[in-house]
Design a protein around this ligand. Structure first.
Ligand SMILES: NC(=O)c1ccc[n+]([C@@H]2O[C@H](COP(=O)([O-])OP(=O)(O)OC[C@H]3O[C@@H](n4cnc5c(N)ncnc54)[C@H](O)[C@@H]3O)[C@@H](O)[C@H]2O)c1
Length: 327
């Protein structure tokens, strides 16, 4: 089976390619390579002949069409997006211009090639914040940030194209992912890399915000389940059920470090900061027999180990980061 992964050089994409490469798939990664991308030399591929990479900006439809016509995929897994909420607050326009155009270009291609199946990676953030309840796939979309509203817009675009042109689309809404290769500006890598250097750990507000943490390999497993059991017009939440306050995650990581001198430092809260995300993931558990394989503790240990042993990756990605720093 021939699969195109858009944004395959990002955090989830890099893990997904390493994961799917162990199976019987022929993979093409198309990515424009942003500051958050992982360079090809860091990919661990067992079957190199089953994988190729092309530098493509998906906002360029002609280039996308030419690339996909040549590869002839049966699946497209759409991960490409600008993904950092803080950046979306500073430059909202970039998020709407890029995230929506990427999705629309992929849909335009599907409109002309109706046999291809799309697995689009959305996010739990499209539902907005909740004090107590868990969001189901049918819950209303109520995004709070420019990032999450651009993602919700993509979901609506897919819905409309699928209805109008009878396309084969499926949407996954994963909760917060963590694991290897996540760019160091995100929450868990920030804590780990600061702790490595004995620097203060910045935490928004009082650290009371709750997130549901899914180990990235469990999201890859969910994607594999969708590939093998594809049904059009389905939406699946993908959440591990491990919900924790940010402050507790930070303290857990510091405890696992043993020797660090880092201390938590509370900083001014993010504008429009969602208080709590929580998914009801019964649908994917019952229909596709998916369940998370990695506990939060094991996932954090694995992630810390990865960052401790991949200092070259940190150095390399940080170098690209110069000039892209926020604030
Ligand atoms: N990381 C999470 O916790 C999480 C949770 C839920 C959903 N998601 C979604 O999963 C997807 C992947 O997330 P991630 O954390 O890997 O993001 P990431 O920022 O690490 O990677 C995104 C990749 O997309 C690429 N890209 C961006 N614009 C592009 C363009 N115009 N053409 C080609 N490539 C382009 C970037 O170069 C980058 O390599 C995103 O759509 C995100 O919204 C992420």
């Amino acid at each position: 089976m021939r699969i195109v992964i858009t944004g395959g050089s990002g955090f989830i994409g890099t893990n997904l390619i390493n994961y799917l490469n162990k199976k019987k798939f022929k993979l093409l990664n198309i990515d424009k390579i942003s500051y958050a991308s992982t360079h090809e030399k860091f990919k661990i591929l067992r079957k190199k002949r089953n994988y190729s990479f092309l530098k493509v900006d998906i906002c360029n439809f002609n280039l996308l069409e030419k690339t996909l016509n040549k590869f002839k995929p049966s699946f497209i897994i759409n991960l490409a997006a600008n993904s950092h909420v803080d950046r979306s607050i500073v430059s909202p326009k970039d998020f709407f211009n890029e995230n929506i155009v990427i999705t629309q270009n992929v849909l335009e291609y599907l409109r002309r090639n109706k046999k291809i199946k799309l697995i689009h990676i959305s996010t739990d953030e499209v539902y907005g914040s909740t004090i107590k309840k868990k969001f189901k796939e049918i819950s209303i979309l109520d995004p709070s940030s420019p990032y999450s509203s651009s993602k919700a817009s993509c979901d609506l675009l897919i819905n409309s194209y699928s209805k109008t042109y009878n396309l084969n689309c499926c949407i996954l809404r994963p909760s917060n992912n963590y694991g290897p290769y996540q760019f160091t500006e995100k929450f868990i890598p920030t804590i780990i890399t600061k702790a490595q250097k004995n620097l203060p750990i910045p935490i928004y507000g009082k650290g009371e915000n709750v997130r549901e943490w899914t180990y990235v390999e469990d999201t890859c497993l969910a994607i594999e389940k969708i590939i093998n059991n594809f049904k059009k017009d389905q939406i699946f939440n993908v959440g591990s059920g491990y919900c924790k306050k940010n402050i507790r995650i930070a303290r857990d990581i510091l405890k696992l470090f043993l020797k660090t001198k880092s201390k938590i430092s509370f900083v001014r809260d993010r504008a429009g900061h969602d208080f709590r995300y929580s998914l009801d993931s019964k649908k994917i558990r019952s229909k596709l027999n998916w369940s998370p394989k990695t506990t939060l503790l094991d996932g954090l240990i694995k992630t810390i180990d990865w960052y401790k042993t991949n200092l070259l990756w940190i150095k390399y990605t940080r170098k690209k980061y110069q000039g892209k720093r926020l604030g």
